[in-house]
Design a protein around this ligand. Structure first.
Ligand code: 1YM
Length: 639
């Protein structure tokens, strides 16, 4: 095929990219900051694929001042030679939707959803995209605007703009405001993702640089210890009761790396990854691992005489009491399902991980009997408490408390139509009082909580359940809880469509929100997954101009914007806490469904909160203060 056939095809090519621009959500999920981040992840995924193919060791990610991002890798460079379409292969890769051709031969591609079509999707949704390919001693250049090439080719090939000593691909792109409005990269999420990629790929180094005004910083993510390093991070500040156990294997064309360590907490924290993608909703790989682990522990416990003939088996939850684990698989053709398509659904993954665990873990236990005994002791402890709890729990949780202002605390709403009801969890009695006055009694319930709720990260299960605030929350929501001792959670019983955390817009408020998110993440994760948890966004400022209307401003960015248009002649009031607002103001700014701003808590926020509580509750005051101040506004809006 010659040039003409590409020209003819190029019409359909552009139509393809136009389809992406018309329905961006279909390709990248959202047009909020998550969509913007997704563009970056598509680019880094391509670079990570090149690493997995064995050709790239370093990836650089730079956020430029103009809102663009640049990703560089030192791989082979995107192919620039003539493609059968009659133009440089690079053009085909960036302009056609299914240019994953060669990629499909890679056994394991990272791309969780787009399977190599990523580059063209990013191109279609970018105001501009600039490519430099370093290969064969030369630098090739290409550029696009909203997916349309702006560089003229010579005989179908790219211009050469210089000599290169290295090889690799450098791509700079700017997410198109026509698609994403004002949304830009959420860099805190990107940084944790880059760090995660470094843990999952121990031979890869990732350089990160932010050049955006006021945000300048640099970091290097390199984790040669891999999953073991990740485990150390996850268990930081916890008292461990076993070594880090690591094993790997291959079964049915699926590779798995598993890392396990027990600590003295009573919780279970198992992270699943498939092809470098975090599976927030778990999936078959985790199920396969859990099932086999429980079977192994039970059979060892019997073999060692710890479980007698008359004893019943440990439950799955017993055997995972105090377990942190990372299950990381590579699958040639994974299937994702669930609310957010982050749950691994491939049935063969369960079988494979089950088989690999069964083959590898006994090799470790047979050589490390003491470790095995420590781990069985965790299961025994859990079983003991479970039996004691069973009696206790019956007393604690069966009494339905659903009355008006029970304990003098909950002010319930009148309606029993859960789909219309919402509950505000308010810190402090005084703010709680204003909220009770301000609310719409028909649909809005108020649950004041006193002080800081127990840090569920640190507390043992029995303490958690004995805590008054937590008991009240479990009773009030109506759907039980899930952790450890059997899963009693039933989301269909939820009495409120929205559970809204309302805390001060300051350091302590951020802390309380973090603790509550950790609680939900641990005990009622489905509430987050199904989108029932929100954070209320009280205003930070009220401006009162000498003429014109008073205005509430919700963040510092809004204030600087306001200052630009109103040089002087306005009063400025800064709200430090909810308590400073009277009931009417509280209603207008934070509670009225027609005017308020709510931020829906995503499982990612909660996962970060979960990892943050260690930091927040630790004894190091200084890093904690820094963290909270940097992140007091972590609830960025994605509306
Ligand atoms: C900053 C983004 O895209 N790097 C990259 C992409 C490719 C290659 C190398 C590559 C792959 C292969 C052969 C192969 C791509 N290749 C293709 C296609 N970095 C970035 N680095 N040679 C080079 O997979 O066989 C698409 S992307 F289509 F050619 F395979």
């Amino acid at each position: 095929m010659g040039n003409n056939s590409y020209n003819a095809d190029s019409i359909t090519v552009l139509e393809g990219l136009e389809a992406v621009r018309r329905r961006p959500g279909m390709y990248i999920g959202s047009v909020g900051y998550k969509g913007v981040n997704h563009l970056l992840y598509e680019m880094t995924d391509n670079a990570v694929d090149e690493h997995l193919a064995g050709f790239c060791k370093n990836i650089t990610v730079i956020f430029h001042k103009d809102g663009s991002a640049e990703v560089r890798d030192d791989g082979r460079g995107v192919p620039v030679d003539m493609h059968k379409m009659g133009v440089s292969a690079e053009r085909v890769i960036y302009t056609t939707l299914h240019a994953g051709g060669k990629f499909d031969q890679n056994a394991y591609k990272v791309s969780g959803g787009l399977h190599g079509v990523g580059s063209s999707v990013v191109n279609a949704l970018s105001e501009f995209l600039d490519v430099q390919v370093h290969s064969g001693g030369r630098i090739f250049h290409d550029r696009y605007e909203r997916g349309i090439p702006t560089i003229e080719l010579t005989n179908g090939l790219l211009p050469i703009i210089g000599k290169a000593k290295d090889t690799g691909t450098w791509v700079t792109f700017k997410p198109d405001p026509e698609i994403f409005g004002e949304h830009t990269f959420k860099i805190s999420s990107i940084k944790s993702r880059l760090h995660e990629i470094a843990y999952l790929n121990p031979a890869l180094t990732i350089y990160y640089k932010n050049e955006r005004e006021g945000e300048e910083e640099e970091a290097v993510f390199s984790e040669p210890e891999g999953l073991a390093g990740y485990m150390k991070e996850l268990n930081k500040g916890k008292e461990t009761v076993s070594e880090i156990i690591k094993f790997s294997g291959r079964s049915e064309g699926i590779e798995a790396d598993v890392c396990i360590q027990f600590n003295k907490s009573f919780e279970e924290n198992i992270l699943g990854f498939c092809n470098n993608i975090f599976n927030g909703e778990g999936g078959t790989h985790i199920t396969g691992f859990k099932n086999r682990f429980t079977q192994l522990i039970n059979s060892y416990a019997r073999e060692l005489g710890i479980l007698k003939e008359k004893d019943e088996n440990f439950t799955g939850a017993d055997t995972r009491n105090g377990m942190t684990a990372i299950v990381c698989i590579r699958h040639p053709d994974p299937l994702f399902e669930g609310q957010t398509k982050t749950k691994l659904g491939s049935a063969d993954a369960a079988k494979a991980v089950n088989a690999i665990t069964n083959e590898q873990l006994p090799l470790y236990f047979d050589r490390n009997l003491e470790e095995l005994k420590n781990i069985i002791a965790c299961a025994e402890r859990s079983a003991r408490i479970r039996k004691a709890e069973l009696k206790n729990k019956a007393n604690m949780l069966t009494k339905p408390k659903f009355s008006f202002d029970s304990n003098g605390k909950l002010a319930n709403c009148e309606s029993r139509d859960a789909s219309k009801c919402e509950i505000f969890i308010v810190e402090g009695d005084s703010a709680g009082g204003s909220a009770k006055t301000a609310r719409d009694r028909k649909y809005q319930a108020i649950l004041p909580i006193r002080g800081k709720i127990l840090n569920v990260e640190k507390a043992t299960m029995d303490k958690v359940l004995a805590n008054a605030e937590i008991k009240t929350m479990i009773n009030t929501f109506g759907c039980g809880f899930s952790e450890g001792y059997g899963n009693d959670f039933d989301i269909t019983k939820l009495r409120y469509d929205k559970i809204i955390i309302m805390a001060d817009a300051d350091v302590d408020g951020a802390h309380i929100s973090t603790l509550l998110m950790t609680f939900f993440y641990r005990f009622m994760p489905e509430l987050i997954q199904e989108g029932h948890i929100y954070i209320a966004m009280p205003p930070l400022y009220k401006v009162s101009p000498s003429k014109g209307e008073e205005l509430y401003l919700y963040d510092d960015a809004a204030l600087s914007k306001y200052r630009k248009t109103h040089k002087s002649g306005f009063g400025l009031q800064r709200y430090k806490g909810l308590g400073e607002m009277n009931a009417e103001q509280l209603w207008e700014t934070t509670m009225d469904p027609d005017r308020r701003l709510l931020k829906r808590v995503e499982i990612e926020d909660a996962r970060m909160a979960d990892q943050m509580t260690g930091l927040l509750m630790g004894s190091d005051v200084e890093p904690r203060r820094n963290y909270i101040q940097e992140n007091a506004t972590f609830a960025t809006l994605d509306v």
